[in-house]
Design a protein around this ligand. Structure first.
Ligand code: ACO
Length: 367
């Protein structure tokens, strides 16, 4: 049975920075309150030209570059997102097109902030079954488009961005070692985007009542999060036959510094074992774990052979954890020119659209 190794990583965040002081000009809040209650100092906000697919594609290209893997060799693209561009088509398909990943299957995965862990597990299972060889898992969000900028309970928390991992099959032991996934839909009402789906399609009333914005019962979510972060970490370690002492670093979902603190206390581990960057990006939902991972790798905190735990929670309610032995790029004979593939991906996409247009003229537009 092949092993599923994490061989590439990349992130992309929009340039505009929104600080706590900027927020204090919009709603009744202040920098001290936000820092003390959440640990957040600033977050990135998507420009009009940033979308989950464009941010996700940029992150995925960087991950492919690290892995030195051609987009055309990717078998599967899983895009975990809480803010898809459309209900359909899947954002994963838009990314597939922008990457020029011509042979990949692509789908979106909705498990809110736990989505990246769920996605990694699904991709790893597909590789371990022998069904595929190469996968990209992306977490990408533009939460700022669903935030009520008049609601100080939520607008201080969220930010935009994307992160991606490449997973590849190898006979060498290592890679993803174990994962656990959990859910409890009885808490679905605690964190929700009430309208815009098939239960409450957009109407004048849903817009008037602000039902297209994120609703959250912060206290309940906080209580739930502090419980499951430690328990799912312990559970996944047990499943992998490891102990806390075997773990070099924990990369948690970046929702609130106090939640990460509580997890560290629950696990009786020093906070230094955790990679934390919630101060600079806020909660970027599915993107938070890969963004923290990329920054951790770049700072030398994650090295080949390290055992790393990813752990998160989110709307659903969902939660989960995954433990991996860190690999890095697999040996490959020659350097892939990613710029060329990017250009060719764009040209190919235009050609396909033109081909469809011509077919429409030749065969007629009617069915
Ligand atoms: N600025 C100033 N004061 C504020 C603000 C603000 N931005 N927000 C709330 N307050 C006030 C409240 O009105 C309240 O005032 P009161 O005591 O006069 O009523 C006081 O501050 C305390 O409010 P609490 O809600 O009790 O504050 P708490 O310490 O619980 O912190 C927070 C709120 C930060 C939202 C916290 O509950 C939390 O982080 N919860 C978890 C959220 C989370 O992780 N969500 C993401 C899940 S992942 C996903 O799927 C997207």
């Amino acid at each position: 049975m092949p092993y599923a190794h994490i061989t590439g990583w990349g992130m992309s965040v929009p340039e505009p920075v929104l600080t706590n002081d900027d927020l204090a000009k919009i709603v009744d809040t202040n920098d001290q309150w936000i820092r003390e209650r959440t640990g957040i100092r600033e977050r990135r906000i998507a420009r009009d030209t940033d979308f989950p697919s464009t941010l996700g594609t940029a992150a995925a290209l960087k991950a492919l570059e690290v892995a030195n893997l051609k987009p055309t060799d990717v078998d599967l693209i899983i895009c975990a997102t809480s803010t898809p561009e459309h209900i359909f088509p899947a954002t994963a398909c838009l990314i597939q097109d922008q990457l020029g990943a011509t042979k990949a299957g692509a789908f979106d995965l909705l498990a809110a902030c736990s989505g990246f862990i769920y996605g990694l597990n699904m991709a790893a299972q597909s590789i371990r079954s022998g069904a595929i060889k190469n996968a990209i898992v992306i977490g990408t969000e533009t939460l700022s488009r669903f935030v009520d900028w008049e609601d100080r309970n939520t607008c201080i928390l969220f930010g935009d961005g994307a992160g991606a991992f490449v997973l590849q099959a190898s006979d060498q032991p290592g890679g993803v070692l174990a994962a656990v996934m959990h859910s409890d839909g009885s808490g679905g009402n605690l964190l929700t985007l009430p309208a815009g789906g098939s239960r409450h399609p957009a109407t004048e009333a849903t817009i008037r009542e602000g039902q297209h914005y994120i609703y959250m019962d912060g206290k309940e979510v906080f209580r739930f999060a502090t419980k499951v972060m430690a328990s799912s970490t312990e559970e996944v370690l047990k499943l992998a036959g490891l102990t806390k002492e075997d773990i070099s670093v924990i990369i948690p979902h970046q929702a609130n510094l106090r939640i990460i603190d509580a997890a560290a206390r629950g696990l009786k581990l020093p906070i230094e074992k955790f990679i934390i960057n919630v101060d600079r990006y806020g909660n970027t939902s599915t993107a938070s774990i890969p963004i923290a991972a990329v920054e951790g790798i770049e700072k030398g905190r994650v090295k080949k052979g390290d055992k790393v735990v990813f752990v998160g929670f989110g709307a659903g309610l969902t939660w989960g954890a995954l433990v991996a032995e860190w690999t890095g790029p697999l040996p490959s004979p020659r350097k892939v020119n990613m710029g060329r593939y990017r250009l060719w991906g764009r040209v190919r996409s235009l050609l396909h659209r033109f081909e469809r247009f011509l077919e429409g003229i030749i065969w007629g537009r009617k069915a």
